[in-house]
Design a protein around this ligand. Structure first.
Ligand SMILES: O=P(O)(O)OC[C@H]1O[C@H](OP(=O)(O)OP(=O)(O)O)[C@H](O)[C@@H]1O
Ligand SMILES: O=c1cc[nH]c(=O)[nH]1
Length: 181
């Protein structure tokens, strides 16, 4: 059975709060680049960029990162490469990078994401924004901006749905069995 823990309004509010926190933490948004982790992190990054544009009247670039082949727990461990990042035209050296993902769990995806970014150049800083932190980290990684902390059991799964691909915005806790359906 799925239990909704964040509805569409709450997701919008969380993304708006994260946007304000990004502006505050960076004392503005000059030199900022957002990098969304596929799949749903990319859509969340674009939503944050839209809010940044509305609030600061500045277009912040959004890169798209696909680390699915590069995580260290898949059977073939291919070294992460800068080619995993698309849509970015300007160099990221000296930029303040904010990585955006929907769920932070073991931290392995974010570790792979940081490898890909460091392969591209030397950013001034990398911060992490996630919609949900569900705990159970296996690496020393934490998020700087969190939409909602949702304590979970190992055998549960967080399912994030976004309008752009799932025709609705929500966060649900589902059983591991349901997650594979
Ligand atoms: O902290 P971790 O243990 O790495 O888990 C978090 C990652 O898992 C999910 O991606 P998934 O691999 O399911 O791909 P998807 O986003 O395309 O569904 C989620 O979107 C995060 O990227
Ligand atoms: O619960 C989880 C764990 C990893 N990735 C998800 O999307 N949900």
């Amino acid at each position: 059975m799925a239990k909704e823990v964040v509805d569409a309004m709450a997701m919008q509010r969380a993304l708006t709060r994260i946007t304000y926190e990004i502006i505050e933490r960076n004392r503005g948004i000059s030199n900022l680049v957002l990098i969304g982790v596929k799949t749903r992190g990319v859509f969340l990054a674009h939503r944050i960029a839209t809010r940044l544009h509305q609030l600061e009247d500045t277009v912040v670039p959004v890169g798209e990162l696909d680390v699915s082949e590069y995580r260290d727990d898949v059977s073939v461990n291919i070294p992460v490469s800068k080619d995993a990042i698309s849509n970015l035209t300007a160099p990221i050296t000296d930029k303040k990078v904010v990585l955006v993902d929907d769920v932070l769990y073991t931290g392995r995806t974010i570790r792979a994401a940081m490898d890909a970014i460091m392969d591209l150049g030397r950013p001034n800083s990398i911060n992490l924004a996630v919609l949900v932190d569900r705990g159970h980290r296996e690496l020393p990684i934490r998020a700087d901006f969190v939409g909602k902390n949702i304590p979970t059991a190992q055998n549960e799964h967080i399912r994030v749905s976004v309008e752009e691909v799932d025709q609705r915005d929500s966060v649900e806790i589902v059983t591991a069995d349901e997650a594979t359906k």
